[in-house]
Write a protein that binds this ligand. Structure first.
Ligand code: PLP
Length: 396
């Protein structure tokens, strides 16, 4: 029977304002290729491939039996989880936070990245976003009816925004800005000097800083990424988003935090009081076990990604594809050979080498001329992917 709606469904304007999901097309092309029976190597997404460490899974198994957790959790989450993230920040970064007022528990970092724009932006308000950058920043700004001003990230400036290049009117109008180091998609890392300049710029123009520290645990060559909150004055101007997704391979568990300025944290908490009850208590118990338990798994994971990075760059050198190694995250940002757009090049790699990469244009205009590869397959598969690409004869 044909279905006809008895009423007309007309979406709110804000739905039309949502940016197109660029990577959805990529996923369906990759699936179509795999459905033909091809051996597709998918390096296009950012989904950690390794399992959650067993002691964290065991903590969930045990906690699942606790009837307390079968009931609604406290609206703003269990205090033990807030204390656990505070302890981790103290140990890892020497940052002191008040678990009561400077922590909000999130359903993954993504949720907070969307919420902050809704908490701070009125329609027409300006938000500074990195270009290239993680597309969820755009989604939050679009839902709030805000306007984006892009801060180009270029190789010449080590993929850091150049605050002197932000037009003064945009800086004065901006209410919020996003920064993200270790960076998705470029793999760049930030130093203390950059964060000091960020605090100074934000204080001068009255802009709230949202530091996305999703890849905070993943720094290479012995350099541990620093937290924005380590910067003097950071807590007065902004917050940091942290997530367990990458640090403990817990992407499916959906646990993240907003940390820092109490006024901003209270806005996020207030908004969340209306959207949700907090996460399942068992997940909160397991998240606390991750944060307070042995951290050797984190060091081990970092060295796995570092070895993969080195293997991939060895293969790249072998085929004459020149690029800079990432200092952190699990992404490699590789220049596209002349004569191709990033989307054309990604299509060629999929069609002719069965390798999925993310075209840089999906992260913004300044992402054109690059593709992003995730270090999310074993070394041998990464090497095979690059060797297949080498076989196309597009380099050197
Ligand atoms: N920020 C960046 C830059 C990311 O790449 C991701 C995930 O891919 C996130 C935030 C959000 O992660 P989650 O929602 O799993 O915490």
């Amino acid at each position: 029977m044909e279905h006809t709606n008895p009423i007309q469904i007309s979406p709110a304007d804000r739905m039309a304002g949502l940016p197109a999901q660029f990577f959805a097309g990529l996923v369906s092309k990759a699936n179509a290729q795999a459905a033909k029976g091809r051996d597709v190597i998918n390096l296009g997404q950012g989904n950690p491939d390794r399992p959650t460490p067993p002691h964290i899974v065991a903590a969930l198994q045990e906690a699942a039996l606790n009837p307390l957790y079968h009931r609604y959790s406290p609206f703003r989450g269990y205090p033990f989880l807030k204390k656990a993230i505070v302890q981790r920040y103290k140990e890892d970064y020497g940052v002191n936070l008040d678990p009561e007022t400077e922590v909000a528990i999130l359903f993954g970092g993504k949720t907070g990245l969307i919420e902050i724009s809704q908490c701070l932006l009125n329609p027409g308000d300006v938000c500074l976003v990195p270009d290239p950058g993680y597309p969820d920043y755009w989604s939050g700004v679009a839902l709030a009816g805000g306007r984006m001003e892009y801060m180009p990230l270029t190789a010449d400036n080590r993929f850091l925004p150049d605050y002197d290049a932000v037009p003064i009117e945009a800086a004065d109008k901006a209410k919020l800005m996003f920064i993200n180091y270790p960076n998705n998609p470029t793999g760049a890392v930030a130093d203390a000097d950059f964060y000091s300049r960020t605090v100074e710029f934000s204080a001068r123009h009255g802009i709230v800083v949202a530091s996305d520290f999703a890849y905070g645990a993943l720094g290479f060559d012995g350099a541990k990424p620093i937290s924005f909150l380590q910067t003097p004055g950071a807590n007065e101007v902004g917050i940091e988003f942290y997530t367990l997704s990458k640090t403990y391979n817990m992407a499916g568990w959906r646990v993240g935090f907003a940390l820092g300025n109490p006024e901003i944290i209270s806005l996020i908490n207030l908004m969340q009081d209306h959207y949700y009850c907090s996460l399942f208590g068992g997940i909160q118990a397991a998240a606390a076990a991750a944060l307070t338990g042995p951290q050797a798994c984190v060091a081990e994971l970092t060295s796995v990604y570092e070895s993969r990075r080195n293997a991939l760059f060895g293969a790249l050198a072998g085929i004459g594809w020149q690029a800079d190694k990432p200092g952190g995250s699990f992404f490699c940002w590789l220049p596209v050979p002349k004569g191709f757009s990033s989307a054309e090049f990604a299509d060629i790699l999929l069609e002719r080498a069965d390798v999925v990469v993310a075209p840089g244009i999906g992260f913004g205009e300044f992402g054109e001329h690059y593709v992003r590869l995730g270090l999310l397959a074993p070394e041998a598969r990464l090497e095979e992917a690059i060797n297949r690409i080498g076989g196309l004869g597009l380099f050197g």
